[in-house]
Design a protein around this ligand. Structure first.
Ligand SMILES: Cc1cc2nc3c(=O)[nH]c(=O)nc-3n(C[C@H](O)[C@H](O)[C@H](O)COP(=O)(O)OP(=O)(O)OC[C@H]3O[C@@H](n4cnc5c(N)ncnc54)[C@H](O)[C@@H]3O)c2cc1C
Length: 242
């Protein structure tokens, strides 16, 4: 479906991460975890062009369409345009698309997110919370540079309070708080084996920068995860691991 998205406002989340709110078009429906193709008309684009894809990080139970993204210092022309939007401006969008969505209620789940790759899981967690599906068995393994780059702190806290089988494992690659007793470095095979001993029984969803998602699949195959248990969502454009 081709649609116009009307920009409402943006809010700073943490670090270089922002949320952009758009009005949900009348009759627009989607499943938590799906994404949109977005086009912004710019007569002078840089070589990356005018088109991007963004997960809808809001749950379908929420009023707005929300995109959660990073604005790094040396950003693209597209991000310049996206962050110059004013209330009432409209951009072209196509979708929803994608099958990176929640499996059957009985499935045991392992979500592996690299940095901003957590966006489909934000949508899905919010959905589970709003629909009171509290009994889902989910481990969220989140690789991020520092604890300050966790964009879903409040949501995660709310889920931890009511979802007894939801577990968060953060893995910090760059800096750690003084009393940090959790994991550091990158998400490796031994780390997965230690943090998620029943990983072979789980449906595994990997989301993040393309190099991270590809490397993670290789890692999982090496520790005997069945290929059909692995589901991937790639974010091109981000070159670093997270
Ligand atoms: C299914 C899907 C879902 C996605 N969901 C999300 C999401 O929820 N959130 C999200 O943030 N992204 C998401 N993405 C990725 C998104 O579409 C963009 O690719 C990403 O945000 C990077 O944007 P950008 O290319 O404008 O680069 P920027 O964000 O501006 O920059 C990223 C990196 O590229 C460098 N860079 C920027 N411009 C150039 C240039 N012209 N030449 C060389 N280097 C440059 C920057 O310095 C930086 O290191 C998704 C992608 C897919 C396919």
């Amino acid at each position: 479906m081709n649609t116009k998205l009307e920009f409402i406002s943006r809010n700073h989340v943490t670090s270089d991460i922002w949320q952009l709110h758009f009005k949900k078009p009348r009759g627009f429906t989607y499943t938590a975890g799906q994404y949109l193709e977005v086009n912004i008309d710019d007569p002078n684009p840089d070589e990356r062009g005018n088109q991007r894809w963004f997960t809808i990080s809001a749950s379908p139970t929420q009023a707005d369409i929300i995109i959660t993204t990073r604005l790094v210092e040396q950003h693209s022309e597209f991000k310049d345009d996206l962050f110059a939007l004013k209330s009432g401006d409209k951009i072209d969008a196509k979708g929803p698309m994608g099958d990176f969505v929640l499996p059957a209620k009985s499935a045991k789940i392992l979500w592996i997110a690299g940095g901003i790759g957590i966006t489909p899981f934000i949508s899905q967690l919010q959905y589970l919370l709003d629909t009171e599906e509290y009994n889902r068995d989910i481990v969220l393994l989140h690789g991020l540079r520092s604890i300050n780059e966790e964009p879903a702190v409040e949501l995660i806290k709310q889920c931890q309070a009511v979802m007894p089988r939801f577990k968060l494992v953060q893995v910090l690659s760059e800096s750690k708080p003084p009393k940090w007793e959790g994991y550091t470095g990158y998400i490796t095979a031994p780390l997965i084996q230690r943090a998620v001993p029943d990983h072979l029984k789980r449906q595994i969803y990997i989301s993040g920068p393309e190099p991270m998602v590809d490397a993670m699949k290789e890692t999982l195959l090496k520790i005997n995860v069945t290929e059909k248990h692995i589901h991937q969502d790639w974010f091109p454009g981000y070159k670093e691991k997270y």
